[in-house]
Design a protein around this ligand. Structure first.
Ligand code: PLP
Length: 358
């Protein structure tokens, strides 16, 4: 039996989107490929509210996260972490011989603008990396406020992991001042995994020009230069199937559902889950202002077996996520992202109540 996924990626993918991936191939050096990839970039600019160039990579989001920190750090990166994915970004820097320091807050807390300001005041750093939506804790960081602070430091390149938030909540890249904003196909965009997407500003490009040894496959500058020269074709063979699906889905998001409606739907679903979580358990993030719009991490205050709950849900055709890493069994996570509807979320919660006898 197929289980409806309420995990924070991969997500449920609409049948029409899956069908796009079964379409016959076109040559990646054909004019049709250029037209397809150009249209995708144009539409992604609308989704990210940016004039920046868009880069696609046939990898998961981690690929472009690694590429961004390596391609755009000249002096030293300041990585701000409030959970597993922030830590991972720092690990990527270290493993690429990129100078980087990590600034952490306890799980459940958010990154503050004061924290970022204090670190940048030292003048030691020329890149800031922030996780917008920390999928392990369900914390959504105040990215607009953080962006305002970073604007005081014009030499600092700002890179953001919006892997589990973009397309589910508004991330206005140019207004916030983000130089590289990264997402993955398998989260709020509602596609299968396998494609990473990022924005790439002029400032990020100028920085990368000065950075030696940017790697090869994930060198953001070489991707940028290639698509300029070759009319949006990529240096390596891309996943054309993902491109079809993305093109189709972007048209649906922008012209059928509408961006604002999509963001509002995510917020409505989030509110339903938060209310439920507060009624029967507690929410993990320390403050309501930090609650994510795309997934909710719930404290297991009743001491239930999350694994058993998920087993029972599985028999009924649903899947949620256990807590991440050390938070396993101490928390559980319900994702409400991509094309899932409020009724789907309610159905899931009714089933959880029934199984737990709430
Ligand atoms: C916040 C965040 N960052 C990064 C990643 C890594 O993305 P990917 O699995 O697409 O490489 C994830 C995946 O869950 C995530 O949730």
């Amino acid at each position: 039996m197929h289980k409806k996924l309420f995990i924070p990626g991969p997500v449920e993918v609409r049948k029409e989107v899956l069908d796009q991936m079964a379409k016959p191939m076109i040559g990646h050096r054909s004019k049709d490929a250029s037209v397809l990839q150009r249209r995708i970039s144009d539409n992604l600019r609308k989704l990210f509210f940016t004039e920046s160039e868009i880069l696609l990579s046939t990898s998961s989001g981690s690929g472009l996260m690694e590429g961004a920190i390596r391609s755009c750090t000249l002096k030293k990166a300041a990585v701000f972490s409030c959970g597993a994915f922030g830590k991972r970004w720092h690990g990527m820097a270290v493993n690429n011989n990129v100078q980087a320091d990590i600034f952490e807050v306890d799980m459940g807390k958010g990154i503050t603008k004061e924290m970022v300001d204090n670190v940048l005041k030292t003048g030691e750093y020329d890149l800031v990396a922030v996780t917008h939506n920390e999928t392990s804790t369900g914390v959504m960081n105040p990215i607009y406020e953080i962006g305002e602070v970073i604007k005081k430091y014009p030499d600092v390149v700002f890179i953001v992991d919006a892997v589990s938030s973009a397309a589910g909540t508004k991330v206005e890249v140019d207004k916030i001042g983000i130089d590289v904003c990264i997402t993955s196909s398998q989260k709020a965009l509602g596609l299968p995994p396998g494609l990473a997407i990022c924005t790439f500003s002029k400032k990020a490009r100028e920085r990368a020009e000065k950075v030696p040894n940017r790697g090869f496959y994930l060198d953001l500058l070489s991707l940028y230069k290639y698509i300029q020269k070759k009319d949006y074709q990529y240096p390596s063979t891309p996943s054309i199937s993902h491109m079809y699906a993305l093109d189709y889905q972007l048209d649906y998001i922008l012209n059928n559902e509408g961006l604002e409606n999509r963001f509002n739907r995510h917020l409505t679903m989030a509110r339903v889950v938060r209310e439920w979580g507060k009624k029967y358990f507690e929410l993990f993030p320390e403050k309501d202002e930090l609650l994510s719009n795309t997934l909710t991490t719930i404290k297991n205050t009743r001491g239930i077996s999350v694994a058993d709950l998920n087993k029972e849900l599985g028999k009924r055709g649903f899947a949620i996520s256990n807590g991440y890493g050390d938070l396993k069994e101490k928390t559980f996570r319900i994702a409400h992202m991509a094309d899932c509807q409020v009724e789907d979320v309610r159905e899931l919660l009714d089933n959880i109540e029934d199984i737990l006898g709430l």
